[in-house]
Design a protein around this ligand. Sequence first.
Ligand code: GLU
Ligand code: MG
Length: 435
Amino acid sequence: MTTVFQAPQSATFANMELSAVTRGRTVPIERLDDVLEGGLPWVPTNVCISSVNTIPPDNPFGPMGETKIIPLPHTRMILPERADRPAMALYLSEIAHHDGAFWPACARSQLRQALSDLNTQYGLTLKAGFEHECYIDNLQDTPTAAYSLAGARKVSGLAHEVQAIMATAGTRLDQFVAEFGVNQFEISSPVREGLGAADHAVLAREAVRDAARGREAHATFAPKPHLGEAGSGVHIHLSLWDSNGVPQTAHAGSLTATSGAFAAGILNHLAAVMAFSTPTPNSFQRIHESSWVGVFSCFGVRNREAALRLAPRTPLADGSHPGASMEFRLCDGSANPYLALAALVRAGMIGLNKALPAPVSIEQDPATLSAEARAAHHIERVPYGVEGCLQAAAPLAEDWFGPLFWQAYEAVRRNDMSDAARLADAYPSMLSKII
Ligand code: GLU
Ligand code: MG
């Protein structure tokens, strides 16, 4: 099958908003240069719309104000022509005040600020790589086995097209594999500097969705679309680099003092981070013990039951680990990737600021440790719902992201809770139609 990318007829300028929906405005291609130059007006309240299309009644913007879409030309990706859909150019964008100044409810702007603070205050650069799990339903009826060749073959046409779409943005996926669940797949984005990594996550989700739609299939990144099947996580691989480009994540098989302090900051504030990384009631339908989600606030070398796992890869003879990453496992596709990463950076910076000691490596499923052993290592079970995470985040979030942001964000998350209560059993499937 040939994929046709020529002559996009329109351009969409989009931002991933607080509910992890990519929203924006579309113009005919003749207006492209004007919009790249001058941006487009945007409605502040839109940032708060839920993933099932409700507006939080107590959002701080109401009918007032105007913000501006600022396109990011280097993120352009072309969505190909299909039967009745001409090719379309997609540009990721930031949302700014109408005069172009920083607007705190723009998730991408918040990540940019967090990464800049990490660099200014600690001389560190963060790189990240996102792994997304997703279900692609209606692809083909035949069930295939976990991680199997048959599963890889089943998805190979779609995977090939996703790579072609991403190539129009000058990039690709590192892997597209069959996962454990029936019709569950995993895509791995390449490692990029933090902001580029989160951009890649958004582009990858949209490329997969578009290629699925083109086959009358449906891709969802919802954390638990099918209650009886494996959940879908988003694993974020983090690495720290100094100003000379020297890797600071691991040495001789363990975390360095720098990455150890960063990791301890994340684990000490895990519930607060989860307000941004596992933010919806559906997130907690995925979060269970002993299911490789990482429900305990612990670190472990190569441990897939730890919230933070060191993936050291093979060290060089001098003990350095250029390929090492800390894999944060308590994130999912209902989270905005910019905010999940920004919260990790902010929590990690608390650890750096206090020069916290590196967490002990737990080398078994922490669910099998006694309560005393967990207490001895300050290992806690994460909250059972969004409420506990919001309460943990409340004392920190205004400092991390500012009061206006927190007011908007808390309104969004509480509105999700009422959406979920109202929709009851229909909630996971409604959510999975959108995200
Ligand atoms: N599906 C699991 C999750 O919900 C992760 C499985 C894996 O380690 O790939 O996080
Ligand atoms: Mg996986």
